[in-house]
Every structure is written in structure tokens, then in C-alpha cells.
Design a protein around this ligand. Structure first.
Ligand SMILES: [Zn+2]
Length: 127
């Protein structure tokens, strides 16, 4: 395998890996169950609407919870920290898979950059 073939092969490999992670994250999200742990945060004036409870995922709720917690406690709460404490198991798994997808995405970008560099060399030779 020459350099270009090896880059293209790696790109396909990571691309398939990313699709697989995306599919797995989708499956996890479809298993989301409303986590009543969030009720520690969403009470009183911050109570969630029924629509939020029915249609929201723990990811959506964690996003809102971070804002509320940071107003109440002078900041410092991060999204992942809140999701991991209050979210359901499926949403926590989905988030981990999405983070992994992010790393794979970075790798894919690096490979595309390398392919572009090889392409430029080829173009220079033709001139
Ligand atoms: Zn959930």
C-alpha cells in the first residue's frame, strides 16, 4: 500500500468507526428514561414543563440544570459533571459515545489534511 492508499484506507476505517458510534449513541438515546434525580434542581420556579419531561433528554435537562446550578451556586458546574450525576444511564452512555465520536472526527480531519498535502505534492509535480 502506498502512502495515499494507506491514508484512504485509514479514512474509511475511522469513518466506519464513527458511523458505528453514531448508531450506538442513537440506540442509547432511544432508551432514555426521564431521571427524577433532576427534580433536586428543577423545583419551584425552575420546574420543568410536561413537554420538557416528555420530549427532553437528560442532555437537554443537564444543559438547563447547569444554568440553574451555576446561578444558585456561583458557577463551577460543567455539563458533563451534571449529566453524569443526574442523567439516566442511557444518556450518560450516549454522551460518552459522542465524545468518542469527537475524537474520531479529529482523526478524520487530520487524515483529510494529510490527503490534501499529498494532493498538493501531486499537483506541483504536474506543473
Ligand atoms: Zn436520559
Amino acid at each position: 500500500m502506498n502512502q495515499l492508499e494507506s491514508l484512504i484506507s485509514k479514512h474509511a476505517e475511522y469513518s466506519d468507526l464513527k458511523s458505528d458510534l453514531k448508531r450506538k449513541a442513537g440506540v442509547e438515546l432511544s432508551n432514555h428514561k426521564y431521571s427524577d434525580l433532576f427534580e433536586d434542581v428543577f423545583c419551584g420556579e425552575n420546574k420543568l414543563s410536561n413537554d420538557d419531561i416528555i420530549y427532553g433528554t437528560c442532555g437537554n435537562h443537564a444543559y438547563k440544570a447547569v444554568q440553574i446550578l451555576n446561578v444558585q451556586n456561583d458557577g463551577g458546574y460543567g455539563y458533563d459533571e451534571v449529566l453524569n450525576v443526574y442523567g439516566c444511564e442511557s444518556c450518560i452512555k450516549a454522551r460518552a459515545l459522542k465524545i468518542e465520536m469527537g475524537f474520531i472526527g479529529t482523526k478524520l480531519g487530520q487524515i483529510r489534511g494529510a490527503i490534501t498535502r499529498v494532493g498538493r505534492k501531486l499537483n506541483d509535480k504536474d506543473r
